[in-house]
Design a protein around this ligand. Structure first.
Ligand SMILES: O=C1C[C@@](O)(C(=O)O)C[C@@H](O)[C@@H]1O
Length: 146
């Protein structure tokens, strides 16, 4: 039996504080709940999930570069790096598979400074405003594309 393809899930800064951080915006689910949802979705879609979080732009760039040739797809919630990091965009442009950008909250309804996304320029698709369910939708789509 061939090994199941791997989907790399990258969570950016402060997402480790989900459940505590602005629950009126992000809800009460924790990052552990997000990981559980990703793993359950991965199991039902036939993919492995490699789930990570970092507050470090450099670490995230390193993970993206290592994913080339090893991960079949990439889900990224760039969080606070969304509108600021050309370096993460450049790393994503090196990746050779589908990329889905996920945001828990509806950015289109939030502060204007959150609207522009450098990351979107490398993304195959973008999901925002569905709460943590957006991660499940993205994994199902990446599994289909993998
Ligand atoms: O940290 C985050 C989380 C977020 O990416 C979201 O998932 O809704 C939205 C970003 O504006 C914010 O900086």
């Amino acid at each position: 039996m061939s090994p199941r393809p791997t989907i790399l899930v990258i969570n950016g800064p402060n997402l480790d504080m989900l459940g505590i951080r602005q629950p009126e915006v992000y809800g009460y689910d924790t990052l552990d709940d997000v990981e559980r949802l990703c793993r359950e979705t991965g199991t039902s879609c036939g993919v492995e999930i490699d789930f990570r979080q970092s507050d470090s732009e450099a670490e995230i760039m390193g993970w993206i570069k290592q994913a080339r040739g090893t991960a079949a797809g990439l889900l990224i919630n760039p969080a606070g790096f969304t509108s600021t990091s050309i370096a993460i965009l450049d790393a994503l442009l090196i990746f050779d598979g589908p990329i889905i950008e996920v945001h828990i909250s509806p950015l289109f309804r939030r502060d204007a400074f959150r609207h522009p996304s450098h990351v979107s320029r490398a993304a195959t698709a973008k999901i925002e405003g569905f709460g943590i369910r957006g991660y499940a939708f993205a994994i199902a789509k990446l599994a289909e594309l993998a």
